[in-house]
Design a protein around this ligand. Structure first.
Ligand SMILES: Cc1cc2nc3c(=O)[nH]c(=O)nc-3n(C[C@H](O)[C@H](O)[C@H](O)COP(=O)(O)O)c2cc1C
Length: 260
């Protein structure tokens, strides 16, 4: 067993966080002594309630967490502005690469999902959708709340504090980390460019020690390209208090939808 600031903070056996959209992966990671974290943005409140109840039945008191895209302000603000600014950051080179892949493998153009994914993303950020999900999340006994994008709004931090829930935030560069530390988050996840999903441009081996140096006593988890024990050991050697893994679970039995 490896003890770090993260294992002490969360009362887990291994400094490993498993992020996934499948409740089965989350439950297995927590049962194995790590911390499973469920990505919850895509659920309806009723579905989410049922899934968190199921996870709690499986983990039998072991800690688990959730990850939700909460815009900096849950009461106003237009998510479509954020989406427009994100779309503007997608380089033409990337769009050409995707179009080339579609042509090469004879995939119909409508499979190019940028517009659809971006509309779903905007819908997920709508305060009228996020607030009921927060109510569900904080009605369960989660151990960790991760904010997927930007700094958590003050009301989320207050709810987490009063429920004794650890708040984590994903960061891709030092200025993100400084902002999160000023907000008062408990754990930073240094997500390198190798990570699946939305990432920055700094490699994990460069980003992790940089964030560790900034973070002082706040535990830092390394994320991005970590899928083996050797990579986990390297992250700990860089000063991380643990690792946050996503892609490694995608091919696991528990992440697969049931076969009909
Ligand atoms: C398919 C996929 C979807 C993701 N979606 C989210 C998300 O909704 N919220 C979030 O905070 N991180 C998301 N991530 C990033 C993970 O939290 C994590 O930082 C990343 O997977 C770590 O790098 P790795 O994939 O190399 O293990 C996603 C990652 C993957 C692979």
């Amino acid at each position: 067993m490896i003890h770090t600031a993260l294992t002490d903070l969360l009362g887990i056996d291994a400094p490993l966080v498993g992020f996934n959209r499948s409740p089965a992966v989350v439950a297995e990671v927590s049962k194995a002594g790590g911390l499973g974290v469920l990505a919850v943005s895509a659920y309806s409140p009723a579905e989410l309630d049922a899934q968190l109840t199921w996870i709690e039945e499986q983990v039998q008191g072991r800690p688990y967490g959730v990850d939700l895209l909460v815009p900096g302000n849950t009461t106003n603000g237009d998510p479509s502005d954020l989406v427009a600014s994100l779309r503007a950051q997608i380089p033409d080179q990337h769009r050409e690469f995707i179009a080339g892949l579609l042509r090469r493998y004879d995939i119909p153009e409508e499979a190019n999902a940028e517009g659809r994914v971006m509309s779903e993303f905007a819908a997920n950020l709508d305060p009228s959708r996020v607030t009921p999900l927060l109510d569900v999340v904080f009605s369960h006994r989660i151990a960790l709340f991760a904010n997927a994008l930007g700094t958590p709004p003050p009301e989320v931090l207050e709810r987490a504090r009063s429920a004794g829930v650890v708040v984590a935030s994903l960061v891709g560069k030092p200025e993100h980390a400084r902002r999160q530390l000023d907000t008062g988050v408990d754990v930073l996840v240094a997500q390198g460019t190798e990570a699946g999903g939305h990432t920055g441009t700094i490699a994990s081996t460069v980003l992790t020690p940089e964030i560790v140096d900034l973070a002082g006593d706040v535990p830092v988890l390394a994320a991005g390209g970590i899928a083996t024990g050797r990579q986990m050991a390297a992250a700990l050697a860089l000063g991380a208090a643990g690792v946050w893994c996503g892609s490694v679970w995608l091919s696991s039995h528990e992440a697969s939808p049931p076969r009909s």
